[in-house]
Design a protein around this ligand. Structure first.
Ligand code: SF4
Length: 663
């Protein structure tokens, strides 16, 4: 295959895809994006592209990637945030191009190691099974895994149907720190090693942001999972910062510590490694592990009480030694004892298991010390606590991932293309600059594509002016009244989007009853139903009303008439008291900058665009965006929000929703 195949010949009118797909329509924005990606590949440049819904961005990067990188022998990794997009790439878009482009290539998916069955560990778990009661559910489950392992397809956890409980999978999953590698008797049959070989030989690897960030960290220790790849495509790039912060920081939770101890001592379906061992050192190790458990309960109990005694606090802590370190010495002692125990094991496969626990105990020991020392100025330290779920966690997250990504990613790779439907913090020149600065790629080329949809015809934006501002008395009542009138007019088919769960609850209490009385289905995020099921029911019903926060502002796709009204209850400014937001504002102030235009406003504009973007997913969709926050019209910064929907038809003076709504 020559790299001369022009993009127009693939994606343009009369091109290869037009001959292949019924109803193909040439999309100039798609061709423009593909040309830009091809140029970046040829010239080894980084590129940031905002490609609105309807552009067909996945084909717009896949086609040039195949023409300009794979065909010339360059390995490509594509990272996404959602499983849905991965499935679309692997099951639809890539096979389509493979079937019609004259390029031979192989593609595989990179999953986290723990998704694969570890045959050696399954063998160990089965050795213990006869000691248990034959109809013990754990034994029944292990036998099922064993039967499946005889002819599993790729040995992935997801292939097990029905799935096994996490405690069972824990005992048989492949793990990094206890793999025997070439010394393992199962090496040739090993599912994980087979997956690694596929990664080495594949031309295109599809993975997710979480695995990519883990790999980024492991690469610093020469333990990377992914092979060398000069080209990276980051789709759904708006999620990267959050995922990177989660993976590049530190954390230790009460639940994590208990889980570690259960795997050592047994309980709740876990076999307990120490129960399977013999020798003098076993009793001592068990005693120490129990001691760690008691110390952990004391330690997290102290942290929990510290939080409980500060109602309204955001959990952030800045001083070292706030809690007595009653834990790290016991963890270190346990690690030492496990090392001795490991040395006493005759069998390689048992020794490696015990050594892994020794290393984990030591890693937790140093985690406790780091989290108490509070000595890294680039990290923000805080406690996360959920009293209902009895969750307590100490965490430290990098305040700024830009230097890390610049050093470990953008400076190392030849071409990184970051793309998403919404990345720009406004409408104007260099609006992708905000994203580029925060992700360490300020020198990247930037491209903002227009929407292929006729917003003027499809979207009306209504702003009622007679209701109070969101922080004023009477807002909740007046807003609920307007929402109900618009729901009546639209006959349902609405997303009502909130910026906090508390606000959602308050509105739900007012509106769920009246909505049900009208014979409409009301759904609320946070109920027992998971997000995917809730969306399926919403789509199928056609006239539902869904109350959502955070995760419903983006990444939710309801094409067609089931969604015809999107309610933005208030402008989605970041919560200033959240630890990372607070720290960002402080850093900007210290540098003499105003955090409002530099952080809060651009973040809110991006989130506002994402929320509004739920309404029109295809060129047949149409409806109303109801913005219940008058600041969008009456505050000077409101024009930044309005500019992002400048193509829609605005009514900024709705006084009486019942009369004026055309929803
Ligand atoms: S090679 Fe490693 S991961 Fe594979 S079965 Fe052996 S120990 Fe487990």
């Amino acid at each position: 295959m020559s790299s001369e195949l022009p993009i127009e010949d693939v994606l343009g009118r009369g091109g290869i895809l037009s001959r292949r797909l019924d109803g193909f329509r040439e999309r100039p924005q798609q061709v423009e994006m593909a040309e830009a990606v091809l140029d970046a590949l040829r010239e080894e440049a980084h590129l940031v592209v905002e490609a609105p819904t309807g552009v067909g961005k996945s084909l717009a990067y896949l086609a040039p990637v195949l023409i300009g990188a794979v065909a010339t022998g360059r390995k490509v990794v594509i990272s996404t945030h959602t499983i849905a997009l991965q499935a679309q790439l692997l099951e639809k878009d890539i096979p389509l191009l493979a079937s019609c482009l004259p390029i031979e290539f192989t593609v595989t998916k990179a999953l986290g190691r723990n998704n694969y069955l570890g045959l050696r560990r399954l063998g160990l778990a089965m050795e213990r099974a006869p000691d248990l009661v034959a109809d013990d559910p754990a034994v029944v489950a292990l036998r099922r895994v064993h039967e499946w392992s005889e002819d599993a397809f790729e040995g992935r956890r997801q292939e097990l149907d029905p799935p096994v409980r996490p405690e069972i999978w824990d005992q048989v999953q492949s793990e990094t720190d206890n793999c025997l590698g070439h010394r393992c008797e199962q090496f040739k049959r090993c599912y994980y090693q087979a997956a690694r070989r596929r990664l080495q030989t594949a031309d295109v690897i599809v993975t997710n942001h979480a695995l990519y960030c883990t790999d980024l960290m492991l690469r610093q220790q020469d333990m990377g999972i992914l092979p060398e790849h000069p080209v990276l495509i980051i789709d759904e790039a708006h999620h990267l910062e959050r995922v990177a912060q989660d993976h590049l920081g530190l954390s230790l939770s009460r639940r994590g510590m208990r889980h570690f101890l259960r795997r050592l001592l047994g309980g709740r379906g876990a076999q307990g490694l120490l129960k399977r061992l013999d020798g003098d050192a076993v009793d001592g190790a068990q005693t120490l592990a129990r001691k760690v458990g008691e110390a952990g309960d004391r330690f997290f109990g102290d942290v929990d009480r510290w939080c409980a005694s500060r109602p309204g606090s955001n959990g952030r802590y800045r001083e070292p030694g706030l809690w007595d370190d009653v834990l790290s010495a016991d963890l270190a002692a346990l690690a030492d004892r496990l090392e001795i125990l490991a040395d006493a094991q005759e069998r390689d496969e048992v020794r490696v298991e015990v050594e892994a626990f020794a290393r984990r105990s030591l890693a937790m020991c140093s985690m406790v010390r780091s989290l108490l020392a509070v000595d890294d100025p680039d990290l923000v330290y805080f406690v996360e606590r959920d009293p209902v779920r009895r969750h307590v966690e100490l965490a430290a997250r990098p305040l700024d991932i830009a230097p890390i990504l610049e050093r470990d990613l953008f400076d190392k790779l030849g071409c990184v293309v970051s793309t998403s439907a919404t990345l720009a913090a406004g409408r104007g020149e260099n609006d992708l600059g905000y994203f580029a600065r925060r992700h360490g790629c300020s020198g990247a080329r930037q491209l903002v594509l227009g929407s292929p949809f006729d917003y003027q015809r499809l979207v009306e934006v209504h702003v009622p002016r007679h209701i109070p501002f969101p922080d004023e008395d009477g807002y909740d009542e007046a807003a609920a009244d307007v929402v109900l009138r618009y729901i009546d007019k639209a006959g349902g088919g609405a997303f009502v989007l909130f910026t906090s769960y508390r606000a959602l609850e308050a509105s739900w209490r007012r509106l769920a009853g009246p909505i049900n009385e009208r014979g409409l289905m009301a759904l609320r995020q946070g109920d027992t139903m998971d997000r995917a099921t809730m969306l399926t029911r919403f789509r199928e019903d056609g006239n539902g009303v869904l109350f959502g926060t955070e995760s419903f502002w983006h990444g939710v796709d309801v094409p067609g008439s089931a969604l015809r009204l999107v309610v933005i209850t208030r402008l989605p400014f970041p919560v200033p008291t959240l630890p990372l937001n607070e720290a960002r504002a402080e850093r900007l102030r210290r540098g003499g900058e105003d955090p409002f235009p530099k952080f809060f406003l651009p973040e809110a504009v991006i989130r506002f665009r994402q929320g509004c973007g739920r309404l029109v997913r295809t060129e047949e969709d149409e409806g109303v965006i109801l913005c219940l926050d008058r600041r969008v019209v009456e505050r000077p910064y409101g024009k930044r929000f309005r500019a992002t929907l400048a193509d829609a038809s605005w009514d900024t003076g709705v006084e009486d929703a019942a009369e004026d709504s055309s929803a």
